[in-house]
Design a protein around this ligand. Structure first.
Ligand code: ZN
Length: 398
């Protein structure tokens, strides 16, 4: 494979050694070989390479890591969104509408939808995207959802416990038995993670614990949708089970914060001590359901590792844009621009337990985003503006 040099970078966000929390280097260059970052240093001392991209003084960041997305579905729920904006509350009940449309779709229709959304995200700088199942809710439909997801990502998540489908409404115990038994067996070959929507109206803490433990027993990593619509036991269950991430975290008690903050490991990475269970915040969901945003400051001030992700799904957050989430986090959640950019790159990588992405240091995967702007600050400062000039994924310009 040939080499690629990106030079004349005005501001390089490395999330490694450098200035401030983003490890910024000025007037920098990045050499890419074999799909990996081979060298980072001053542009004036950059080695020669087969191919060359002149960043023209612009900012370069690691590609965004979107650690929470639901892309395998059919249909849309624009009418439900309009009704919500006219005053109807969000309850999560609309998930069943998408389940009906997804079951009725062909494999090719589902595949085309995943590729459309994955392409949309890539053009907005997302180089890694987790993809969940959860709109099939039968053994065959969950297995095919994950098989299709695995064509577009290695970060695939079995979410058979998204809601209890209508045909099991009166017997949720039986549905949990199905999820832990034949559904998990059919889904696991295509999945890396197991997830549960632990919420009133979805799965209670005992069901959630049983499902996550079954997933763990067959080697899947744990993540959980928790504390989105109200206070609840989901966050503490996630910490108890060693989840890589607890997602949403909109309603947190002091005990939830303590559980997240006290769960630390001493890491060899440049941050040293950090929390093992990441709190992943999904402000697109609060935006699209007109709900109060999570208190990011409280988490950050307690020392909890925070990630940002889109929650891209047709009901509660139909955006694939990480720059939009960064802007929301800064404007609505009082994160600094640096905290938000870190959370959307290195934070997402941490939420997927990956150390090869979300950073631009030698050895990392060469996932780079060249902005049409001189600084990462512009992602929040210029909301809604297409600032992604060029995306390089695995060392390949897209
Ligand atoms: Zn979700």
């Amino acid at each position: 494979m040939s080499s690629l040099l990106v030079d004349n970078i005005g501001e390089l966000v490395t999330n490694g050694a450098g200035e401030g929390p983003l490890g910024i280097r000025r007037d920098a260059a990045v050499l890419v070989e074999e799909g990996r970052v081979a060298w980072v240093g001053p542009s004036a001392y950059a080695p020669a390479a087969d191919h060359h991209i002149d960043a023209g003084g612009a900012a370069v960041l690691p590609g965004f890591v979107d650690s929470h997305a639901h892309l395998v579905f059919a249909g849309d729920r624009a009418a439900e969104f309009a009704a919500r904006m006219a005053g109807e509350p969000y309850t999560g009940g609309g998930i069943r509408t998408t389940v009906g449309a997804t079951r009725a779709a062909t494999d090719d229709e589902l595949r085309a939808n995943v590729r459309r959304l994955r392409g949309e995200a890539l053009r907005q700088g997302t180089t890694t995207m987790e993809i969940k199942s959860g709109y099939g809710l039968t053994v065959a439909d969950e297995a095919r959802s994950l098989r299709i997801a695995a064509e577009s990502s290695t970060e695939t998540t079995f979410l058979g416990a998204h809601v209890v489908p209508a045909e099991y409404a009166d017997r949720p115990d039986d549905y949990v038995g199905l999820v832990c038994g034949p559904m998990l067996a059919a889904a696991a070959p295509y999945a890396k993670w197991v997830d549960v929507f632990c919420e009133r109206g979805a799965f209670d803490v005992d069901h959630a614990r049983a499902i996550l433990a079954c997933g763990q027993a067959v080697g899947l990593g744990v993540r959980i949708h928790a504390n989105q619509l109200g206070p609840g036991p989901g966050v503490q269950l996630g910490v108890e089970l060693g989840a890589a991430s607890v997602d949403h975290c909109t309603y947190l008690s002091d005990a939830d914060i303590d559980a997240l903050a006290s769960n630390r490991i001493d890491c060899m990475c440049h941050e040293g001590l950090h929390t093992t269970t990441v709190a992943t915040l999904l402000p697109g969901a609060e935006f699209s359901t007109r709900s109060p945003y999570p208190d990011a400051r409280r988490l950050l001030d307690a020392g909890v590792t925070v990630a940002l992700a889109t929650d891209c799904n047709p009901g509660s957050s139909y955006t694939s844009s990480m720059p939009f989430c960064v802007a929301l986090a800064v404007r609505e959640m009082r994160m600094t621009p640096a905290e938000a950019v870190w959370a959307a790159t290195a934070g997402g990588a941490r939420a997927l337990r990956r150390d090869d992405i979300g950073v631009l240091t030698p050895g990392a995967r060469a996932d780079l985003v060249v902005l049409d702007a001189p600084s990462h600050l512009h992602l929040a400062y210029r909301p809604g503006v297409p600032l992604i000039r060029q995306v390089i994924r695995n060392g390949v310009p897209q």
